[in-house]
Design a protein around this ligand. Sequence first.
Ligand SMILES: [Zn+2]
Ligand SMILES: [Zn+2]
Length: 96
Amino acid sequence: MKATPKVEELTPYQGKNRCFGEYKCPKCQRKWMSGNSWANMGQECIQCNINVYPHKQSPLEKPDGLDVSDETKEHPQHLCEKCKALGHCCRRRRFQ
Ligand SMILES: [Zn+2]
Ligand SMILES: [Zn+2]
């Protein structure tokens, strides 16, 4: 066992920006991807209602611009831990 770090790293990405995440549910093996992925934030599996952390994350090409992946799709806020933590959609910035 490694020494436990002070801040638990739940996701590969540890930056402050939104990034692109790949998820796989350990229960039903369902896979999905999201352009609204955040450090140490998971998304719920739509079938199992369990929080799943991304196993892979990569930076978005335009972190403050348009979503490169799913701008046209609805972002499922009820499944997104970040949205719940913010109390509003994680795609929006409250102050700006
Ligand atoms: Zn599942
Ligand atoms: Zn979100």
